[in-house]
Design a protein around this ligand. Sequence first.
Ligand SMILES: [Zn+2]
Length: 302
Amino acid sequence: MDNQKILQEVKQSFMLKRVRALDENEAFIQAMCQNDEFNKLYTAYNSKNLAYLRSKFAGENSALKSEVENLKAQLEAFLEKNNIDKSNLQPKYECPICNDTGIVNGKMCNCLLSALNSKKSILMSGKSKFKSFADCDDSIMTEQDFKTRDLLKTWCEKYPNGTKININILGASGAGKTFLLECMANALMAAGHNICFKTAFELNELARQYHIGKSYDFSNCLQAEVLFIDDLGSEPMLKNVTKEYLYNLINTRQSNHLPTVISTNLDLNNLLDRYDERIFSRLVNKRLSININLTSPDKRLS
Ligand SMILES: [Zn+2]
């Protein structure tokens, strides 16, 4: 896929994000307007705000501006009095810098650049397309598989409004771990989220190269909304590299409340043995983590 096509697809997903935020905002306002007091205030605010926005073409109108601000403050006070989150008054864009337009001052916003990177990283992973939840083959799924799928699907649908930010998918080769990671990545991307998908082997190799002075930009791994690390434990353990980079990555992401989803052949004990307490306690944490044990037989053989 050429760069132009990638940009086009990413821009389209941004447009969807914006539409979703605007729709949610409109639904909120409509529901609130059932209340007469709110409705009256909001109607006044809306018409003054429109008048103010129009007047801006002819220069700043400070009297109108303060009227708008005053009405907005009254609306916020009304919501606060009724224990309703006042931030709902405005559309909730993911990027406060560009309001999810991807453009700021005529240039690409960082959020658009990192979304482009994540799209490219998929293409570079050699997969033209990730699997999706719709690709699940019901005929070979156990009851546990259905539960796992529904849990992960719901997590993606709720994102970013969940409390758990680490998902560890454990299980033997062929249990369907990579498949599930791809399904999640796919669902999140379709909803316009920016993800980064790497195998542990790739990540380790990038860290090694960086360690010996070759430049690599880790910002996408650090800042992507959701980072996927496939097959943790399959990478060679390099002194001063593997644990250090992994710790940094996971710790930084956790501090910024950014989810990391891993798959691994290791069980929890082996994970602790291999990566030590610091990493383990960040990955496996009662308050923040979901651990999924896939015990199904090898799907690739069935
Ligand atoms: Zn932005």
